[in-house]
Ligand binder design. Sequence first.
Ligand code: ZN
Length: 693
Amino acid sequence: MIPSLPRPLDRSKRGAACSSAEPVVPTTDGTERASLGRFPWSLTADELRRTTPEVVGGAQAVLDALVRSANPPTLENFLRPLDRILLDVRNLGNHGSFLFAVHPDEAARTAGREASEAADRFLNGFRVDDRVYRALRALDLGIVDPTTRFAVERMLREMRRSGAEKDPESRTQLLALNNLIDRICNQYNENIARLDRSIEVDGLPALAGLPPDFVKAHPADAHGKIRITTKYPDFQPVMAYADDAEVRRRLLAAFMNRAHPENVSVLDQLLRERYTLARSLDYPTYAAFALEDKMMGDPAAARVFLERVAQGVREPAVLHLSRVLARKRRDEPTASRLELWDASFFGEGYYDGKMRTEEYGVDTKRLRAYLPYGTVRDGLFALCEELFGLRVQRDTSGPLWHPTVEAYDVTHDGERLGRFYLDLVPREGKYNHAACFTVREGIRGLQLPQASLVCNFVDPSVPADTARMQYSDVVTFFHEFGHLLHALFSGHGPWVYTGGSFVEWDFIEAPSQLFEEWARDPATLARFARDPDTGETIPKELLERLKGSEAFGRGSRWLRQSALAAISLEFYDRDPTGVDTSALFREVYDRYFPTPIEPEYHPQSAWGHLTGYSAFYYTYIWSLVIARDLLKPFLEKGSLTDKETAARYAREILAPGGQRPAADLVRAYLGREFNFDAFEAWLKAEPAPIRAP
Ligand SMILES: [Zn+2]
């Protein structure tokens, strides 16, 4: 799977949930008592529709009263009540966007989307409210603690970037534009979830090469046809193992055309409106606007960075791809080039996988037998207990939104840390990528954080606990769990604007990519990887070979990521008038990467990052530079389970969330500035010497 995956939607949209059972504005009664808050997942679409205007209307009334009465504004008479209003509306927005992503009932998904959009409209309006802006500026920041000052400065900056300093007419226009952009983003994402594709193949021979558990789960129908979908539990194994190149080619073409043609025009509109927004705010392009409040700062710095990475990986990538082509020629002596369905694009590619088996003795099909979902999950929880002292306990008391979903409560040193959900089985209409959603943002003494993994690892046709996972999905599971830990640890700050969601966005893939390292650690895997059919634990030599082959293909993988990052930047760092996004995608991709994108592919139609991450898909690589440096103290201790380092990591990086600039957090943890050394050394690493199995 791709190295890192999004937390979906825009940060401004993340929050938590509302309910009618629980007061939607639980914050004004003076009881500063942390509450887990259970969600009425069974709310009907109509009930949700009734609740939404109550929450938003109530929040607006309180806000209007607040700006009238707080004179002069102070922390207690203005900032705290304002923060509570924002929390309540973000609760509604997060609940809505979460239901939009996961609810099995289409009407409830639509109502969720409407709730999320209503919350967004309120927040967009708040950001251009000059009354609030003036009151915030009138606060005496000389007498408050640094975290509070930082929160207020963040709010003011966000409001300036929304147009709060503009004249009334411009503010009205900007507000309308931001609301429109939110609707377009939601339309784009809804189309991706709705417009999955599938192919039909002729009988069992078409599945040659696939693992037995996959074949068993895909019986032929009465006409001998087998349906294969573009959902990950089908897509990943077929691309990795199907010997029939035509099956791989057809499935990849379907995958590359999800939500096509619908989303091409939606994306065109999104690029256009975001460009208009940026120009109205006096930025040359939307990329310049989007990068200004990131660690990167501006598009020019991003280009320099991407070129530096590409220079480092181009040579190893070309070498790797020429080796893969040579391997392909053993099967097809006349082959003149590698196709996208031969080598990895997402996850393990067919010939990459073959070479990993033949040259490094790592058979990922064999590996799959040792990776039943239930065993992996329990191993992950045990790791979190050992590393961070977390206790994870299943809660089966209440109904959830789907029978396959699991809920867990987490305690840390006897204190409740938060709650999380695992929704890992694909189904119709569900978000079809992999992400960690904020269900509820935590505020110290008020509400505990809740997050949910929404992924598609587990084959729905077999019992979940024994369903086998692709090894690449195990890595993604750990990746998303890294986000989840960040959400739980950081959900205990004093203000909405210092929560984990508010750390610079190009930092947020650092905790997740760091946590992938445990899924690559032989000692960690050895604790849990076990085949329940035979009772056999994973052989030690298989783990050693897996580790030894880890660097295999790394250059191509990160060259491809550089290409995608450059595409996201190029889409947004220009006037999009007349731009053909299919052509621009191909042009930039081909500039970086030698395996061509077919003209009939339209991958930009199902690339959710183009909404949430917009111009800064480079985040994955930038965050990885930091993650490699964050790993160093563990490596220097010689153990990934060194408790002192893990505790320091949780304390200095995870828990502060957005209370300080990310670079400050990293400095506090490392005791120095971060640098490129660990990343560049890692990129240059060679796979271990070839050893036959
Ligand atoms: Zn991620």
